[in-house]
Design a protein around this ligand. Structure first.
Ligand code: ZN
Length: 463
């Protein structure tokens, strides 16, 4: 059914339109958008602000179950870090079955929608059964993820990744058996199974590819996978998340990780480097020149004690960046987007680091960047509100205290620097309303199965 929606104002192609009318065809695509009242009757009217939805550039859905549950020191341990957190995460990865992954991911993706994400990139390395063998249908766990996205109504880019070794020169460990591929041929075979399921059962999903990390594969395999365009969606990989990651790569291969990627893959705007926390000034220049995107996951990086990404230096040279929620200790896109700059405000004792050379609002600059790079990182083409695009959008609550009686020119600054989930009123994907009044419209149908997974899984864990 065609729809005509009216909003108090809409942010379209980097400018505010007021009022804003959007006409949708019967496939949920934008057939008209502008400030002139269309000839057809209005089917829905919002007293709120229309924005393109956020793209979540990095997710491991199963980690939602343990977010905030690894905040205690083990008895007898004087400190904790990324590596000890990872052991707890491995416990969770070891016990999940396909039905549990489906149920937990369905509710988790509903949650992402409630926070204002309309699309998500699932970085997927949980491939095999609990004993480490391939399922009879090798794409079983990928199918759980694709089915969950369909049930929740979120747009999905699925990135199944290659995982071959524990670290440079170190073989896979027993607790990593569900991730393992013995070589790139086995990985490409798995990818083909996933692509087949995608084509036959879930054509709305975009499938990408990648390598788990610079530590999890030898350089020859990284080059084989990332250096080839497999006629699929985008390529993603973890890079230099921890300082020990960066050091281990350099010691093993006598080269910095981004230096090596730039010279050997080579990097382009098709590539997405997750974290890239520990990069030097030469690597920053190469990253910017390559037009690759850095996927920052600020709340997770902070939670895991990863280190601090050199955000002002990277941004001021024109580097592309988007945001991801990774381990999901926070799901708020406004918070994720502002955090990298806020950290440097603290360091530098300065404000508005992004707009020193222009008159634009910091919030608008941030929003535009995470939109453009986020869409590219998920393999989505064009601008969100171009004619013919699926209507993936969020509506900010115009009656919220933070927004009432404010000039339009401050709306993005307020949202990006003072906003949280409470600002989200409605969310649409492909023209279908998924969230209303901040709640997913099918939340009630999924809550009980989610609780059941929580009961089953937490009983097996010693977090
Ligand atoms: Zn990750």
């Amino acid at each position: 059914m065609t729809q005509v929606l009216q909003f108090k104002a809409g942010y379209v192609q980097d400018e505010w339109i007021t009022p804003c009318f959007v006409s949708l065809d019967d496939l949920g695509r934008i057939s008209a958008i502008g400030s002139e009242h269309p000839a057809q009757a209005i089917t829905e009217k919002h007293e709120g602000y229309l924005l393109p939805g956020f793209a979540n550039g990095h997710s491991h859905s199963f980690q939602y179950l343990m977010s905030g549950m690894a905040e205690r020191l083990e008895r007898g341990h004087e400190s904790d870090d990324f590596w000890s957190w990872r052991e707890k995460m491995y416990q969770l990865a070891a016990v999940l079955d396909p039905e549990q992954l489906l149920d937990l991911t369905t509710r988790f993706y509903q949650s992402l929608l409630e926070y204002g994400y309309t699309s998500v990139c699932e970085f997927h390395y949980l491939h095999h059964d609990k004993s480490g063998h391939a399922y009879a249908q090798p794409a079983t766990l990928s199918i759980s993820i694709m089915e969950a996205a369909r049930r929740a109504g979120i747009r999905l880019t699925l990135v199944p990744v290659y995982y071959h070794q524990a670290a440079p020169g170190k073989p896979i460990q027993p607790r990593q058996r569900r991730f393992y591929c013995k070589d790139t041929d086995e990985y490409l075979g798995l990818l083909e199974h996933i692509a087949n399921a995608n084509r036959k059962l879930y054509p709305e999903v975009l499938v990408g590819y990648g390598v788990h990390s610079m530590r999890a594969a030898p350089p020859r395999d990284i080059k084989t996978i990332l250096g080839t365009h497999w006629a699929l969606g985008p390529a993603h990989f973890h890079v230099s998340e921890q300082s020990s990651d960066a050091l281990a790569f350099e010691q093993a291969y006598h080269c910095r990780a981004v230096d090596w990627l730039y010279d050997n893959v080579p990097l382009s705007d098709h590539h997405n480097l997750v974290h890239a926390t520990h990069i030097n000034t030469v690597e920053i220049k190469k990253l910017v020149a390559s037009q690759a995107t850095v996927v920052l996951c600020p709340s997770t990086e902070g939670n895991l004690g990863d280190g601090i990404f050199p955000f002002p230096e990277y941004f001021n040279q024109g580097g592309n960046f988007c945001i991801g929620t990774d381990s999901h200790v926070s799901l708020c896109p406004f918070g994720e987007a502002r955090y990298p700059e806020i950290v440097h405000r603290l360091f530098m004792e300065k404000r508005n680091l992004l707009c020193q050379h222009g008159a634009l609002d910091s919030g608008q600059i941030l929003f535009d960047h995470v939109q453009t790079s986020g869409r590219r990182a998920l393999g989505l083409t064009g601008e969100a509100f171009d004619l013919g695009q699926p209507f993936d959008a969020i509506v900010l609550d115009g009656s919220h205290d933070r927004l009432v009686e404010r000039p339009l020119s401050h709306v993005l600054g307020i949202a990006m620097y003072a906003g949280d989930q409470n600002l989200i009123d409605a969310v649409y994907v492909q023209g279908i309303k998924q969230v209303s009044g901040g709640q997913h419209l099918r939340k009630r149908e999924t809550v009980e199965s989610f609780r059941k997974v929580m009961r089953q899984v937490t009983a097996d864990l010693t977090l």
